[in-house]
Design a protein around this ligand. Structure first.
Ligand SMILES: *Cc1c(COP(=O)(O)O)cnc(C)c1O
Length: 381
């Protein structure tokens, strides 16, 4: 009990002068107003404009990929990235149950089924060992294409998620996926600026996806992006998400059932100003993480830190409590004291909507679900 009271005081001391302390609030200290007013002055506030182009260039640079496409949100980016990776109606996609619902919804939008596999305890993201164990039991290569022997369905993608900005064990995951010819698509919605072996997340898979929602580390109000090293695929992503219109001076001809998933220029302006500050935001959050770590060490609560070979952006920071009872206690006392804390997501298959899909034992996911709590993680001013 007094541990938690001390924690409340400590968190308040990190975010002084705030009565209610949110989990994550955006910070607008850069060129946000300049760029947004500029789009208004230009009248190009909607689906085309200079900031959309600038944003796409910035994102490709930042993720060290060959092409980036600006989208209306991260969920639509996942939808299209899976489709472009080859996911079709009736297929299966390997993913984690310990994730935000959008990861799984995007699989369903493509008419495919999720297969829920366990996470690693250190990264809280999809476990390469779990993927390997599943494929050894159920996988079968037929003419180089991976099928699930139990369901007879094609396994057409693997979709790991970098939980709270902590990168998954990418080398091992890539090795398993390559062995079974399964394309990797990264849900990097939470991990912009995070690195695995000095390389940014999002650029490891066939395609990677980011979100710029208001609660993320940098925001465009609402927004998303697809990145890829395959330029052809990137061009296709742009085409599909801009109604699949064939370029022409005035005729309306569309060569596919595309989507209107473009990021408006107004939002791209905000995103550009925010991206300019990403490195300083990450440094600021890493400093906060250090302060949290020494504080929580001193009182014997486990603060979660990045694993070997990775650099996390520390989007949402978290502690791991001893058990569910301690977790519930921590949640209640902090929230009662106007400090926002949240449990990690409920495992997706616990919803009746998703309970029928194949899954493994989920030992680590269940362990983490009962213990992990997010704590206030905004950039300190
Ligand atoms: C935020 C988030 C998304 C979706 O992003 P939106 O921009 O809100 O649609 C997808 N996956 C994960 C893991 C997220 O955290």
């Amino acid at each position: 009990m007094s541990k938690i009271n001390n924690t409340i005081d400590f968190i308040r001391s990190q975010f002084p002068k705030q009565d209610f302390i949110p989990l994550h609030a955006p910070v607008f200290n850069g060129n946000e107003k300049l760029y947004v007013f500029d789009t208004i002055d230009s009248t190009f506030v909607s689906s085309v404009g200079a900031y959309v182009d600038k944003f796409e260039i910035l994102m490709a640079e930042l993720t060290k990929t060959n092409k980036a496409v600006a989208l209306v949100n991260g969920t639509s980016a996942l939808h299209v990235a899976l489709r472009l990776s080859g996911v079709q109606n009736g297929d299966e996609v390997l993913t984690q149950a310990l994730t935000f619902i959008a990861t799984v919804n995007a699989i369903i939008y493509n008419g495919a089924s999720p297969v829920f596999l366990d996470v690693d305890l250190d990264t809280m993201g999809l476990s390469p060992n779990a993927v390997q164990a599943f494929l050894e039991e159920y996988g079968e290569l037929r003419d180089g294409v991976c099928f699930n022997k139990r369901t007879n369905k094609k396994i057409s993608a693997c979709l790991p998620m970098h939980t709270f900005g902590f990168p998954v064990n990418l080398d091992e995951l890539i090795t398993v996926c390559n062995k079974w010819n399964i394309p990797l698509v990264e849900d990097a919605a939470e991990s912009i600026g995070s690195e695995y072996k000095n390389k940014p997340t999002g650029g490891f898979g066939k395609l990677g996806v980011f979100s710029f929602n208001g609660n993320k580390i940098v925001t465009s109000g609402g927004g998303g992006a697809i990145v890829t090293n395959d330029i052809e695929l990137g061009i296709r992503a742009k085409h599909l998400t801009t109604t699949a219109k064939v370029p022409h001076a005035y005729e309306y001809v569309h060569d596919d059932i595309g989507y209107n998933y473009r990021m408006p220029n107004l939002n791209a302006a905000l995103a550009c100003a925010q991206l300019e500050q990403l490195n300083s935001f990450i440094q600021n959050k890493r400093d906060l993480a250090q302060d949290y770590q020494s504080y929580f060490n001193s009182i014997g609560i486990k603060f979660r830190t990045e694993s070997a070979y990775t650099k996390a952006n520390y989007w949402l920071m978290c502690v791991e409590l001893e058990n569910k009872k301690e977790r519930d206690n921590f949640l209640k006392l902090t929230n009662d004291n106007r400090i926002m804390t949240r449990p990690i997501w409920q495992l997706i298959f616990k919803s009746t909507l998703y309970s029928a899909f194949q899954r493994d034992e989920q030992k680590n996911a269940i362990f983490l679900e009962e213990r992990i709590v997010n704590i206030p993680s905004s950039v300190r001013k």
